[in-house]
Design a protein around this ligand. Structure first.
Ligand code: WQD
Length: 340
């Protein structure tokens, strides 16, 4: 039997590129669509360096339905889609909500329209723990109530999940798994691919590694008056390669028709919560140098504490995160140093 062919939208991005590497290693044929609005073409040759295989690449915006239709005419043998392509900067989404709703919702709906014409209708969707807001109970389970996400970005993820559930009710032949990511961090062991934040990073780890590399002067810690052991906020950080492997597990579950439910969602975290100060201490240990930081006021919209209940993903996806915090930070630091 020939190789199964997987379309990865947003496949030159941070999580997308790590997932493409794991798909190729697992023997899948991969085709990427990306508009390069938040990534670089160079990533394709890095993927080839790592795997020895250069994935097919099409550069266009998924909001252009005509281009997407002609793509599917040329590629009528897609066995599954992993849909990463979306804008994901929380702060930017607050300033430009329409840009986020238009891009993140329309791109998904265009993909769904094309999926109707596909022989196999399997889709893995990139969602986020942000849909939970601040959970009432921790660790947070998949059946926890969804709250109004603190940002238009988070809301687009919640609405996309609702669109997918409605489509799965309407079309039983559609098979969807949404993966709710916690905080993806780190980089591939080769340091050939990793996070490439544009401008000043919003997220904690790239801000820390750029401070460690003396690109930024100091890290501002957003608040130490939370109801946590050391007062700083807690998150569930997960190595991007563990996260990538969860997508392979989800694709395999869809292809094997293992579930009698054509819509499922899973938490993809480690189940461990670490505070900002825990991260700083661990980074200092890994990099061997003190980190310059200052405690400042809380960042508006931040939640206090979240970490995942991972039992469902462990059982149904037969997947479990394996890399610990030091490994995450060591890979992030090695990647940062490779960027000099
Ligand atoms: C982590 C912790 C900050 C920067 C967001 C999105 C989520 C996902 C991951 C896309 C928080 C603190 C941060 C800094 C700090 N994105 N922090 N100083 O906000 O948990 O999640 O990114 O999928 O959907 O909501 O991640 O890395 O921004 O922050 O003190 O300069 O680090 O307050 O406690 P967050 P983050």
């Amino acid at each position: 039997m020939g190789k199964k062919k997987i379309l990865v939208t947003g496949g030159t991005g941070y999580i997308g590129s790590h997932t493409v590497v794991e798909l190729i290693k697992e023997g899948f044929e991969v085709v990427i669509i990306d508009d390069l609005s938040n990534s670089e073409m160079e990533v394709i040759s890095r993927i080839e360096k790592i795997t020895g295989i250069k994935p097919q690449f099409y550069q266009f915006d998924l909001c252009d339905s005509a281009k997407l239709t002609s793509f599917f005419k040329e590629n009528n043998d897609i066995d599954g889609i992993i849909h990463f392509a979306a804008f994901k900067a929380v702060g930017e989404s607050v300033e430009h909500p329409v840009k986020y709703y238009k891009n993140n919702l329309l791109s998904l709906m265009n993909v769904l329209d094309e999926l109707n014409e596909c022989a196999s209708k399997n889709l893995v969707f990139s969602s986020s723990c942000t849909v939970y807001g601040q959970p009432d109970k921790l660790p947070v389970t998949e059946d926890a109530p969804l709250k109004n996400a603190e940002s238009p970005y988070g809301n687009t993820k919640k609405i996309c999940e609702e669109i997918l559930q409605d489509c799965c009710k309407a079309a039983k032949e559609l098979n969807v798994i949404s993966l709710r990511y916690f905080n993806p961090v780190g980089a591939h062991d080769t340091a050939l691919i990793g996070e490439l934040p544009k401008g000043v990073p919003n997220n904690l780890i790239p801000f820390i590694t750029q401070t460690g590399a003396d690109i930024l002067p100091e890290l501002k810690v957003f608040g130490d008056d939370y109801d946590t052991e050391d007062g700083t906020a807690i998150r569930d950080y997960i190595h991007v390669v563990d996260l990538a492997k969860a997508h392979i597990a989800a694709v395999k579950r869809l292809l094997s028709r293992a579930s009698d439910n054509n819509y499922e969602h899973f938490n993809v975290g480690t189940g461990n919560g670490y505070s900002v100060l825990n991260i700083i201490n661990s980074f200092e240990k890994v990099s061997g140098k003190p980190l310059n930081y200052k405690i400042v006021d809380r960042r508006p919209g931040d939640i206090e504490k979240i970490y995942a209940e991972t039992d469902l993903a462990n059982q149904k996806l037969e997947w479990k995160a394996s890399r610990d915090l030091e490994n995450m930070l060591a890979s992030a630091w090695k990647w940062q140093q490779s960027l000099k």
